[in-house]
Design a protein around this ligand. Structure first.
Ligand code: FES
Ligand code: FES
Length: 174
């Protein structure tokens, strides 16, 4: 027998979304399969790779570790929500400029983690950046360029007068 569906309401990339899901549905699959936001990648399903990272009320979280119903009433930002008004987010520009990707599979998660870090710790040094990347597995081992891209994003964000993407409300991501 199929699980009973549960109503939920979230703000995703600035847009109010109302829907219903089976209680067991993971946020990653709700975003991808029910909302078509396939920029959020699923690389392991076991909370290791970080490809599924999104912002949940400003916190970087692995969306394969969160039930969709746990996000009820929350703000969710996916990689599709980084750009605004036709302009790339500083993190996107930085990854482009520093070639912070190879195959691109981990890139949505890497950019969401970077967006969170730049917002939370705009002056994080290289060591802190590398520590923050601890939960991200890049199968192409493109870490050097990812670190450089985050450093570039820090500089671009500092030079930008645009407000931050979201104000985080707590500490480290899940
Ligand atoms: S798919 Fe979520 S951590 Fe790998
Ligand atoms: S760029 Fe290929 S997995 Fe990171």
């Amino acid at each position: 027998m199929a699980d009973e569906r549960v109503a939920l309401q979230l703000v995703i990339n600035g847009r109010l979304v109302r829907g219903d899901v089976e209680p067991r549905t993971l946020l990653a699959y709700y975003l991808r399969d029910e909302l078509g936001l396939t920029g959020t990648h699923v690389g392991c399903d076991t909370s290791q790779c970080g490809a599924c990272t999104v912002l949940l009320d400003g916190l970087a979280v692995k969306s394969c570790t969160v039930l969709a119903v746990q996000a009820d009433g929350c703000r969710v930002t996916t990689v599709e929500g980084l750009a605004s008004g036709g302009h790339l987010h500083p993190v996107q520009r930085a990854f482009q400029e520093e070639h912070g990707l190879q195959c691109g599979f981990c890139t949505p998660g890497a950019m969401m983690l970077a967006a969170w870090l730049v917002e939370q710790e705009p002056h994080a040094d290289e060591r802190a950046i590398r520590e923050a990347l601890d939960g991200l597995i890049c199968r192409c081992t493109g870490y050097e360029n990812i670190v450089r891209a985050i450093q570039r994003a820090q500089a671009l964000s500092e030079a930008s007068e645009e407000p931050g993407l979201q104000r985080a409300e707590g500490g480290r991501g899940r």
